[in-house]
Design a binder for this molecule. Structure first.
Ligand code: ATP
Ligand code: MG
Length: 645
């Protein structure tokens, strides 16, 4: 079953940007002569001045990564101004608010230009200039995108902090970049609840000496305080402001933004991306991986607080003059049919979400999906975690009714955009596999000792050479950048993920290297055991970790969330062990199974196994950095009911 292949359908291939032959040719070209390949691809951007050198990179210390040296361009110009010729009246952004009863908005490229120019002028008026770091803490509303683009227009570096983060997390991120200016809103909404953004900012500001001004959008009319001499309403600052603002000429290697990783494995890293290479990567991957065409309506459900929101809500789609939907809400509000209602309402054709969202909807049953039409859908995507084959099939069969190719995109905040991913008209998919590398990406599997594994095999995933979208440094800490990514295996970019390559050369992410479980000398990835558990149709979600075991070295501890309406029982535990034995083998049988009403997740929805590991090790006092946890109460319940004492 695991090698079941889903080839692209003929009618899809016919209209696709890239078919199988083209993929193979282009990939080979990109490997043979990267400079030549990327020089050609860079024409998709509009440059104010052409570069003198395409690629100037070294993965050996001192690590240095530069693309399109000497080239000048502006990201906001590339995402807006250059589309005004043919696409001025095309819808750039569709806004769907949290409540289906609130007003939808459609913003054309012409309107986007006006809004971004005005906001850029407001930022200048507040003293922001090229090279400054501006913190953005916003709800998922069009103004969040305007703020990012306005920063890019004047050459300020944005640092977007997810609207779900607490005052302490905001303060850490503001202080890391010593921001002088913060952009926020009075409040936002998520799942019918008010998110008190301005209150959180006020609390954070007690610990952020660098901040001079806070720019506030009146979005919600919720009650909030304003601090004299510091806080400025946007609607007041914008009075009399010009709607024209010349885009700043930026060097290809000038920073575009800082963004912190999700914090799944520890303290978040301040990832720095620059201008030319990043935009090229976001744009080319968005076009080809989603097969985005002129009339597509594209929706990525990620928040702009994550890299997915940067590359695939804002920069990729807008660089390509696409129509991108911004959604303020959650998958289950007012009920579990919301995604599909929005798809029908706006005739969404390209849909990109996460395994965690898909599993949460699968848990609620098919009726919520079936009551929508979804006829407009063409391509379905996921990112963030390995997608369990069971969830993949549900996405494919129930949501896409077998019509829509699924693109399971493997990438990281650090990589700027997709790295290993299907291209839907070119690459046959296999449920649970991210398939093959994108152009210019050279994945390498290494043994723990750093030996390269050729052909089929399993090891640590590294990347052998630079690609344009790669992060350039950890903000303010180049040493941490070198230590984290280039020290484990000299000369390679170390991803931190484990991976298997099959006989067809397909890549399967097996989980984080830190999470690998070693049972009696056998190395087991978490993804495979979790997928085996989820293959039982009573299970909604599972997380597996190792714990010290006298005989086996490590035992397998599984945390299992059941589908809505399913009762837990000891019989069911036996049944699950049976399922795993059948799917993988006795070696992978869980030693302990704890029922989990919920799993600890980052705010971007990823399972935080490092916390579960501490619970399984009976060391709940050592949970580590929990600041990126989305619902701390989940952890307490698991700690209270832990089995290994
Ligand atoms: P931190 O680096 O702070 O621990 P994080 O790794 O979760 O957090 P992100 O950059 O958001 O931060 O996530 C990248 C990671 O997400 C990848 O390294 C991988 O483990 C996982 N991932 C993303 N997409 C996929 C996918 N399609 N299949 C499997 N794993 C994926
Ligand atoms: Mg990571």
């Amino acid at each position: 079953m695991h090698n079941q292949k889903f080839p692209p359908k003929a009618d899809f291939v016919q209209k696709a940007w890239i078919n199988e032959t083209q993929y193979k040719e282009l990939y080979a070209e990109s490997m043979k002569d990267p400079e030549h390949f990327w020089a050609g691809q860079a024409d998709r951007l509009t440059w104010m001045k052409k570069w003198t050198k395409v690629k100037d990179t070294s993965f050996h210390k001192p690590v240095s990564i530069k693309w399109f040296t000497g080239g000048k361009l502006n990201v906001s110009y590339n995402c807006i101004d250059r589309h005004l010729g043919h696409h001025a009246d095309k819808v750039a952004l569709i806004f769907e608010p949290d409540s289906p009863n609130h007003q939808t908005q459609k913003i054309t490229y012409r309107q986007l230009h006006t809004e971004v120019c005005k906001m850029a002028n407001v930022l200048k008026k507040l003293g922001a200039k090229k090279g400054d770091i501006v913190t953005i803490y916003m709800p998922m509303i069009p103004e969040a995108a305007y703020a990012m683009l306005a920063c890019a227009r004047i050459g300020a570096i944005h640092s977007v902090v997810f609207g779900g983060f607490s005052p302490d997390s905001i303060a850490d991120r503001v202080n890391d970049g010593k921001s002088k200016l913060v952009i926020t809103a009075d409040a936002g909404y998520r799942g019918g609840k008010v998110v008190p953004l301005k209150d959180n900012i006020d609390k954070a500001m007690a610990k952020t000496p660098s901040v001079e001004k806070v720019l506030v959008f009146n979005y919600s009319q919720e009650k909030h305080d304003m601090t004299a001499n510091r806080d400025v309403y946007y609607h007041e600052a914008v009075k009399g402001i010009s709607d024209q603002c010349e885009p700043e000429e930026m060097d290809s290697e000038d920073p575009l933004f800082i963004l912190y990783t999700s914090g799944s494995t520890g303290k978040p890293k301040g990832v720095l991306h620059t201008t030319g290479g990043y935009l090229l990567w976001a744009s080319i991957t968005h076009q080809y991986v989603f097969d985005c065409h002129e009339n597509d309506i594209y929706w990525c459900t990620a928040d702009v607080g994550w890299v997915t929101g940067h590359s695939y809500v804002v920069y990729g789609p807008l660089a390509n003059a696409a129509t991108s939907l911004i959604f303020e809400g959650t998958p289950t509000y007012p009920d579990a049919s919301r995604f599909w209602q929005v798809v029908d309402k706006h005739q969404v054709s390209l849909f990109y979400s996460s395994p965690t969202a898909i599993r949460s909807l699968m848990r609620e049953g098919n009726d919520f999906v079936k009551k929508s039409s979804r006829k407009s859908l063409r391509v379905l995507g996921t990112v963030g975690e390995p997608i369990n084959p069971e969830a993949w099939h549900w996405y494919n069969d129930v949501v896409g009714e077998g019509r829509c190719p699924i693109v399971d995109t493997w990438w990281q905040t650090e990589t700027g955009g997709h790295m290993i991913t299907p291209i839907p008209g070119a690459i046959a998919t296999k449920p649970g596999s991210a398939t093959l590398p994108f152009f210019g990406v050279k994945p390498i599997l290494l043994t723990n000792e750093g030996q390269e594994i050729t052909g089929a095999g399993e090891g640590v995933l590294a990347i052998a050479d630079s690609w344009p979208g790669q992060m350039r440094t950890v903000y303010g800490d180049h040493k941490r950048f070198e230590e984290t990514y280039f020290s484990t295996y000299a000369g390679y970019y170390f991803t931190g993920d484990g991976c298997r390559r099959d006989e067809d050369g397909y890549y399967w992410i097996t989980g984080r290297v830190d999470d690998v479980i070693n049972v009696s000398g056998h190395r087991l990835g978490t993804a495979e055991i979790e997928s085996a558990l989820v293959a039982n149709n009573k299970v909604a979600e599972a997380a597996v970790v190792g714990y010290p075991h006298d005989i086996k070295g490590q035992g397998i501890y599984a945390f299992v969330t059941l589908k809505t309406g399913v009762q837990s029982s000891d019989e069911l535990k036996k049944e699950l062990i049976q399922t795993v034995r059948q799917e993988i083998g006795p070696i992978a049988s869980p030693d302990l199974i704890q029922w989990a009403p919920g799993l600890p997740k980052t705010r971007s929805g990823k399972i935080m196994r490092r916390i579960l590991r501490k619970i399984a090790e009976n060391a709940p006092e050592q949970l580590g950095d929990t600041s990126t946890l989305s619902d701390p109460s989940v952890v307490q319940d698991l700690v209270d009911k832990r089995l290994n004492r």
